[in-house]
Write a protein that binds this ligand. Sequence first.
Ligand code: HEC
Ligand code: HEC
Ligand code: HEC
Ligand code: HEC
Ligand code: HEC
Length: 435
Amino acid sequence: MKTLIKLISVLFVTGFLLSSCEGPMGPAGTAGVDGKDANATCTQCHNSAGVDSVKAQFAYAKHAYGAANFEEAGNTGCSPCHESEAFKNVVENNVSTVFTIVPPATTYSNPYAASSSSAYGPITCNTCHTHLHSTFTFADFMPLTTTAPVPMTYFGGAKTIDLTQDDSKSNLCAKCHQPRPLTNSNTDKNVLNYAGLVSNPTAVFYDAAQSNSLNVLKPSYRTSTHNGTVAAIFAGIGGVEFGTGYSNSQHTTVASCQECHMAPMTGKAGGHTFNAQGNFNGCNVAGCHAANPISSSTTTTYWKQTRDGVKAQLDQLAAKLQEEGVDILGRNGDATANLWAGLTTNNYDGNMNIYDPVNNPAGPTYNTTLFQNPSTSGFTADQITFNSTLPKLTLTNAQMGAIINFQLCLRDFSLGIHNKAYTTTLLANSIAVLN
Ligand code: HEC
Ligand code: HEC
Ligand code: HEC
Ligand code: HEC
Ligand code: HEC
């Protein structure tokens, strides 16, 4: 009702403006129209088959119902992907992802952040359709807020995702659905040298017994690529590439995120739900899989075998990532807390199996033994005592690289559907380097 009243009053005001303005103030194509015609331009979008039905779909999108935007509001580093105004702010200002030293600091910092006055706002229509209500015609839906190539924050800008198929619309999604950088927390605070893990796999990456200057990164429960790794795996850019044999599946160059995630609706998936679960309409189109249609029950290599295979590889890699029987990666069987519950047999969530009663209170529930936390800030005296009884974690470069690859592939969520060739090689080579 409130919206209706607002709509009516905006109709009135806009009608007035449009009927009274002439020349440069009037938007192209509508200048000089009277109030009635201005209303008609509104109905190009405001009708039941237009904005109304898209809004009905959008209600099922986690973009709309997810709560992360409430938690991250005000945080300039998190907001470029979680807050609407912040996303538009980093796009508009083309904010760099290249780590820099800003004097008087002597160590690097990550510039990829929104301005503090724009770090708010849930994801809405206007986040992706930034020109809405500019000419007041249907054409305002396009162009999208951005379709420019995406210099990856994970690489401090050294590598770029550019998915040019389907008018580069996937780049819109990739701008947010990309991993975040791991940084050298102990030394210069620059981006971790991922390639260095490959060139020297047996070197010690972390050992509490050696000096901090040798430990470039102090592992914590949250040492990870963050949650949205899809675009990196999809583009085949971002893995710690041990060994050889890397290639991409056809999807990387022929399919767009929209074609699978915004296909015609089935149930509560498709369209502006952005959800692909259980919706095969995008797969089974001419030129793609129409001849051999895909469904969730199919046993062809395309769905079940791909996913079973990648799940088995993730299980195998996790089993290699143990020290004296203790998992390096944490398990969490709570499907509300672990977005990736069920994707591996042991319900790994991609975080480290490090004791952290502050950020990981459920750790002891799902893991028999945890590793000692090198940092005890915020712990009670009892927790510090308990922490000291736990085994200490040591990591080689090979283990660190394999952990990153596990996180990238687990959190890609599709179990190989996005980019089977790249995913299976990355996991196979990670298993091999730990042998
Ligand atoms: C390009 C398509 C398009 C056109 C043309 C258009 N709108 Fe909208 N309008 C939208 C969308 C999309 C929304 C957001 C819907 C939502 O999230 O509730 C919206 C929302 C609104 C709202 C609700 C704002 C709020 O805060 O709840 C009003 C009022 C409105 N439009 C008025 C108008 C009027 C008046 C016109 C014509 C002068 C017009 N619109 C033309 C797409 C359009
Ligand atoms: C402004 C950044 C941004 C853009 C642009 C964006 N997303 Fe998202 N997306 C997010 C965030 C953040 C979440 C998680 C929201 C939450 O949990 O509160 C999300 C959630 C999702 C989910 C649900 C994931 C789950 O765990 O259930 C899907 C699917 C998705 N996005 C697909 C897409 C596709 C496809 C596009 C491009 C058309 C896209 N997104 C564009 C930020 C974005
Ligand atoms: C480069 C973009 C990006 C940045 C920066 C970013 N996130 Fe996210 N985040 C995402 C995406 C995309 C998802 C959704 C992943 C999915 O469900 O597939 C997500 C998911 C989450 C979730 C899980 C939400 C849920 O549905 O359970 C939390 C919590 C979260 N982010 C917190 C943060 C915090 C805190 C920061 C800053 C320290 C941050 N994010 C920075 C992209 C980002
Ligand atoms: C996460 C980004 C995102 C959000 C949020 C979003 N859209 Fe879209 N929208 C897109 C993309 C991408 C396309 C192009 C889809 C395609 O190519 O199939 C699109 C297309 C459309 C179209 C078709 C436009 C045309 O020219 O054919 C309409 C209408 C539309 N969106 C309405 C809305 C409305 C209404 C909302 C809010 C309820 C909304 N969108 C929210 C990304 C978004
Ligand atoms: C070839 C089809 C296809 C393409 C192209 C595609 N996806 Fe997916 N995506 C899927 C499937 C299938 C799943 C897993 C759905 C399931 O588990 O049933 C998925 C899962 C996801 C998820 C996790 C969703 C969830 O429900 O938790 C996100 C986020 C996502 N994709 C984003 C993207 C982005 C961003 C792009 C483009 C860079 C993209 N996808 C391209 C098919 C596709």
